[in-house]
Design a protein around this ligand. Structure first.
Ligand SMILES: Nc1ncnc2c1ncn2[C@@H]1O[C@H](COP(=O)(O)OP(=O)(O)OP(=O)(O)O)[C@@H](O)[C@H]1O
Ligand SMILES: [Mg+2]
Length: 317
């Protein structure tokens, strides 16, 4: 999966890394192999970190998927640990990070697995784009991770032994303030859309379709995807009886969101359509005034705001 910043938009938030992980537990569960057991060891009361939380969740996702893939079809464990560490010169020297960090306090996250591990000669290459030892790997996961960490002035450290497993430790600069605990923590538990059938997700960007599908699947939906309006209409015509909502991107090649909406309305005048876009709500509202949509969601979307919007649209408590 690629890092996605929403058509060039960079959204800055402050958050607590532990809450961010908690928010992802159900999506992580559906992303990993059945043989992997996830163990959490998350610190309370961490200072806030600052950055694009969608991107930081992307890091977590990419590292967890790699950990799961490293287990192959063997049973194994993945550990996610968060904490706070004071990094002085000596510590930084001993830790031997891949990039230089300033001295200071850092919030860290460590993801380790009991998987296949890596040869020393491979470790130096894993962050290169397109380096992959997997049959279907694109070798983009860790390249994206490193890019995101750099842009957040963070650091990363890798430790691995063949046959024993790997540990990736990621550092983010700690802010002086405590993070306001995110109210989204309970979302995963509280909300289950199981039994509420199918959502059609229309977006031309593959990373959005992948991430969106995982989020929706973790909520209990069955997900159909389409890469543009033409494809969306084809899928919709075939499966309109089971689709209960369409999540529709605005900017797409071949047939954009605008026209897709008009065509959809000819097939089904009532189906809820949630517009998603990297543009802000005001611009979208102007464009869609008088047209029949059920709501708008700003991209890049997070697990909690997608859950919230869908609840509104589908009138689920
Ligand atoms: N936890 C891990 N255990 C063992 N090897 C790993 C682990 N994480 C990464 N690697 C090695 O690093 C390589 C690069 O990882 P990266 O995530 O960039 O690409 P990929 O997983 O092969 O493909 P993609 O992420 O694009 O689907 C992997 O192919 C694998 O050899
Ligand atoms: Mg990967």
């Amino acid at each position: 999966m690629l890092a996605y910043s929403g058509k060039g938009r960079f959204m800055v938030y402050r958050a607590d890394l532990s809450s961010l992980v908690k928010e992802m537990t159900s999506i992580l569960e559906v992303s990993i192999s059945k043989n992997a057991v996830l163990n959490y060891n998350l610190a309370n009361d961490l200072p806030a970190i600052e950055g694009d939380m969608t991107q930081i969740q992307q890091i977590i996702m990419n590292l967890i998927i790699n950990a799961s893939e490293a287990l192959g079809d063997k049973i194994g464990a993945i550990y996610i640990t968060t904490g706070l560490v004071e990094c002085d010169r000596k510590y930084l020297h001993n830790e031997n990070l891949l990039n230089d960090l300033k001295e200071g306090r850092y919030v860290y996250m460590e993801i380790s697995d009991t998987g296949c591990g890596m040869k020393e000669s491979d470790i130096s290459k894993i962050f290169d784009p397109f380096f992959s030892t997997k049959f279907t790997g694109r070798g983009l996961g860790l390249a994206a991770v490193q890019g995101i960490i750099r842009s957040h002035k963070g650091g990363i450290k890798v430790y691995s032994e063949p046959g024993k497993g790997s540990t990736f430790k990621v550092y983010f600069p700690a802010l002086e303030t405590r993070a306001v605990p995110a109210p989204v923590e309970e979302v995963a538990e509280e909300t289950s859309f199981k039994g509420h059938s199918t959502i059609l997700l229309v977006d031309d960007e593959e990373p959005i379709r992948e991430l969106g599908s995982l989020i929706l699947a973790s909520m209990g939906f069955k997900v159909l995807t389409a890469a543009d309006g033409v494809e969306a209409l084809e899928v919709f015509r075939k499966q309109k009886n089971e689709i209960i909502c369409v999540l529709l991107d605005l900017t797409m090649p071949r047939m954009d969101g605008d026209e897709t909406l008009q065509q959809l309305r000819l097939i089904d005048a009532k189906i809820p359509v949630l517009i998603s876009s990297g543009y802000n709500e005001q611009e979208v509202v102007q464009r869609f005034t008088g047209k029949d949509t059920s709501g708008f969601i700003q991209k890049p979307y997070t697990i909690s705001n997608l859950t919230g919007k869908l609840k509104e649209v589908l009138k689920i408590k």
